[in-house]
Structures are given as structure tokens and as C-alpha cells.
Design a protein around this ligand. Structure first.
Ligand SMILES: Nc1ncnc2c1ncn2[C@@H]1O[C@H](COP(=O)(O)OP(=O)(O)OP(=O)(O)O)[C@@H](O)[C@H]1O
Ligand SMILES: [Mg+2]
Length: 437
């Protein structure tokens, strides 16, 4: 870009910012009523200053004074009032750290091709979380993906922890939800039943800087947990299953890792399957139940399980099917034709549940280290909207979340630390099932 073009853009942007600060200043009068008094005070003080100035000139003592000069002196009063009001409004509309933020972002190279830095427009307290501040930026054309990529640098430059980055009311605005840099997440939070929610469909995952993170299965019916070995998938899976049991759901667990992760106590409370035949039978039962519920809801004119349970004397239970390391089940590499066909049948049933399970209260929670396309078909993956990823490399993060945030943001030494599909980082609960079940 040529120097003159840059200069022209720079001038335009400066005018735009001045205007935006003026608008924000006016808006702030509505939110912070005491500011109106500042303007009220300003008027009489300006008039007094102007009056003293005019009297000191002693115009009436000067012979043959030009009438133009007298008019000019008189015009100074409205100019002072209007100009001063503008300056005050611009000051009101300028957030704390306006210049400093711009300078810091400039230093880390957070600029567009014209060399402009995102401009801080407002800083507000998050209404739901008192420790979170929302910084609203004019993004100057820098897309959300770039902000995500530079997250670490932005945190260091602004000395904050970013809880989440989202677009504002349009793509030109970026909202950073931030907390002070020293308020990190704890490494260990033990589950206790006080975290249990009152309804039958919400499962709590852990704590983020915004508070408790949970997923409502009546809205987002299935969960995919990813992460490299030792990242904490099995523990998180158990946290979700314990809650499901406490909410009176029917829990089935497929564990093809030799049963080490699910001790005896689980076998008493859940349907367990350790081989393909039992798994296929279980999935057939689940899809049959789905069909049965379909007919039941149709006959009763009900749209979904929550609707049905409201009017029924005998409520239907939710079914949760969990599979720890789904790749162990679905990997067809090196298998004979007959075995491949059997896995095809398993996949087919999983995919029916993934597509239709929400309304009928039948849910999948799948955990895996390698959820690539050969292992988890698009049909299943695309219908699982709650994606959670622990520490991972860029490939794994990309497969689970469709971005590399898990690789960038989850420290390699943290177990039980996860990132959600919406970019929220949380510490999953730790649980010892023998104490709880
Ligand atoms: N929420 C947590 N808080 C603290 N530590 C945890 C948490 N989750 C897991 N860990 C630690 O990490 C270890 C591994 O956890 P886990 O077995 O759940 O990992 P995984 O991802 O299932 O591993 P693999 O893929 O090998 O099965 C646990 O034994 C525990 O020490
Ligand atoms: Mg595991």
C-alpha cells in the first residue's frame, strides 16, 4: 500500500474513532447519570470565564473599536460551550487505557495491512460474572481467527487472561472477555453433589473463569471428548456419567480398553459391554427404544421427551451411551470383510442415535484420542455439537474442534484442563467414583 493511501486511511480512521467516542460519550450519559452534572457545572463556569475575560478586555473603554471584534468576542461564548461539551463527551466516551491498549497491540504487530491497530471502544463489567470485563474493539478488518491465533500475545500485551473471544454485533467488532492475569484456573477441583443441577438434562463439566460450565442435553444432545493420552478424558467421562446416574438416566458403557478404567462399582449400576456382539445388541436395543418413543410421542402429540414427561404419570428415563476410546471399537484397519461389516452395523446404529436421539432422550458421549474421518464418520461427527478437547496437538485439536485452540491454549502439563467448542477453557472436575456411587 502506498504511503498516501495509508495516510488517507489513517485520517479516515481517526475521524471515525472521534465520532465513535462522541457517540459512546452520549450513551454513557444515560448509563451514568452523574455525568450529566458535569455538563451542568461546565455551562455556568464557561459563562463566568467568558464574562471575566470580556470584562478584562474593557471593550467599552477602547475608542473606535471595530464592531466585528465585539461580535467575535460574543461568539466566543457559544464556541466555548459547544466545543467544551464536545471535548467532555469525547472524554466520557474514551475508555480507560485507550492509548495504552492501542500501543501494546501495535507492539505485538496486531495490525491490518494499512498498519492500523484495533481500537478499544468500550470496557464494561460482565453483568453475569463480576470478575469479568468485556473489552469491545473495532477490529479494523482483523478477523476472529487471527485474534484466536494471537490470543497468547494479546494476553501478555494487555496483562489479562482471555476467557473468550467473540464477534460483537457485527464482524467489525470483537469482544474480549477478560479477567486479571493473576486469576488463573485451579489445577484440581473435586466433584461434589452440590454441583448437580436440578433438571434431568444438564450435566456440569467443570469450572471456567466464568463459573460452572455445563451442557444441556435437551439442546445439545451428544458430546465428543478428545485429547491425547492422559489428558483426563476418562475422568471427565465418569464425571458426566455419575451425574447421569444421579439424574436417574439409564447408562450404558462400552469399554474396549480392558475394563481398567471402570471398576466393579460401575458394573452394578450400568450396562457394560466389552465386546462387539454385546455392543451391537445394546445399540439395537437403543435404536428400537428410539423407534418405540417415536410412535409413543406421535400418538400422544408430544414433540420430545421433556414435553412427554410433563404430562405423563410415568416419566421416560434418558439413555446415555458412553464409549471410552471409540477408536478401539470403530477402527476397521486390517480387519476381515465380515468384521468390517459388523462394525458397519455398529456405526449405522450410532449414526441413527446421533441424528435422531435428541428429541427421544437418547444421548451419546464418545471419548477418543484419534477421531479422524476413517474412524468417526462424518454422519456421526457432524451431529455431535458439544465438542470438548483436552491437551492435544494441532491435528487432534483441528479434528475435534475444527480449530487449533486446544493445541495453543491447553498447557502440556495440565490434566483435566479442557477447551469447549465455543473457546471456553475450563478445569474438569476430578472424581473418585468409589466415594460417590
Ligand atoms: N480433572 C482432573 N483433575 C486433576 N487431575 C486429573 C483430572 N483428570 C485427569 N487427571 C489426571 O490425569 C490422569 C489421566 O487421566 P485419564 O485417565 O482420565 O486420562 P485419559 O485422557 O483418559 O487417558 P487415556 O487416553 O490414556 O485413557 C489421572 O490419573 C489424573 O491423575
Ligand atoms: Mg482414558
Amino acid at each position: 500500500m502506498r504511503y498516501e493511501d495509508k495516510e488517507r486511511l489513517y485520517q479516515q480512521t481517526q475521524k471515525k474513532y472521534l465520532w465513535l467516542r462522541l457517540v459512546n460519550g452520549c450513551k454513557s450519559l444515560v448509563q451514568k447519570k452523574e455525568r450529566i452534572f458535569v455538563l451542568w457545572f461546565f455551562c455556568p463556569i464557561s459563562i463566568l470565564i467568558w464574562y471575566l475575560f470580556k470584562s478584562n478586555l474593557g471593550l467599552e473603554d477602547i475608542p473606535l473599536i471595530s464592531p466585528v471584534f465585539i461580535v467575535l468576542v460574543d461568539l466566543m461564548l457559544p464556541a466555548l460551550l459547544i466545543g467544551g461539551t464536545f471535548v467532555i463527551l469525547i472524554l466520557f466516551g474514551t475508555p480507560r487505557g485507550f492509548d495504552k491498549t492501542a500501543n501494546e497491540l501495535h507492539r505485538i504487530g496486531m495490525t491490518n495491512s494499512a498498519g492500523e491497530v484495533p481500537m478499544l471502544l468500550t470496557r464494561t463489567q460482565d453483568k453475569r460474572h463480576s470478575n469479568v470485563e468485556i473489552l469491545e474493539f473495532d477490529a479494523v478488518g482483523i478477523p476472529l481467527t487471527e485474534w484466536e491465533k494471537e490470543r497468547g500475545y494479546i494476553e501478555a500485551a494487555l496483562n489479562v487472561n482471555i476467557v473468550k473471544i467473540i464477534e460483537g454485533r457485527n464482524k467489525r467488532r470483537i469482544l474480549l472477555h477478560v479477567v486479571p492475569a493473576d486469576s488463573g484456573l485451579p489445577d484440581f477441583i473435586e466433584w461434589n453433589d452440590s454441583y448437580l443441577t436440578g433438571d434431568d438434562s444438564t450435566l456440569t463439566l467443570g469450572k471456567s473463569q466464568l463459573g460452572l460450565e455445563s451442557v444441556d442435553l435437551s439442546k445439545i444432545p451428544h458430546i465428543l471428548l478428545g485429547g491425547s493420552t492422559g489428558s483426563g478424558k476418562s475422568i471427565l467421562l465418569k464425571v458426566l456419567l455419575v451425574q447421569s446416574l444421579k439424574k436417574n438416566a439409564v447408562v450404558s458403557i462400552a469399554d474396549f480398553k480392558g475394563g481398567v478404567d471402570f471398576p466393579r462399582v460401575w458394573h452394578d449400576k450400568c450396562k457394560m459391554c466389552f465386546d462387539e456382539d454385546t455392543l451391537l445388541t445394546l445399540l439395537i436395543e437403543l435404536t428400537d427404544e428410539l423407534e418405540r418413543r417415536k410412535t409413543l410421542f406421535r400418538e400422544n402429540g408430544r414433540a420430545n421427551i421433556s414435553d412427554y414427561n410433563k404430562q405423563s404419570a410415568v416419566p421416560l428415563q434418558r439413555h446415555i451411551f458412553a464409549c471410552d476410546e471409540v477408536a478401539e471399537v470403530l477402527d476397521k484397519t486390517g480387519l476381515a470383510k465380515e468384521q468390517k461389516e459388523r462394525i458397519g452395523l455398529i456405526e449405522n446404529r450410532l449414526s441413527i442415535i446421533a441424528r435422531q436421539g435428541r428429541a427421544f432422550g437418547i444421548h451419546l458421549i464418545l471419548a477418543t484420542q484419534r477421531p479422524d474421518a476413517n474412524i468417526l464418520s462424518g454422519q456421526i461427527r457432524n451431529n455431535i455439537d458439544c465438542r470438548v478437547c483436552g491437551r492435544a496437538d494441532t491435528i487432534l485439536s483441528q479434528i475435534i474442534l475444527d480449530n487449533t485452540t486446544a493445541a495453543n491454549q491447553i498447557p502440556k502439563d495440565k490434566a483435566g484442563r479442557f477447551i469447549l467448542h465455543d473457546g471456553t477453557v475450563f478445569q474438569g472436575f476430578w472424581i473418585d467414583e468409589t466415594d460417590i456411587l
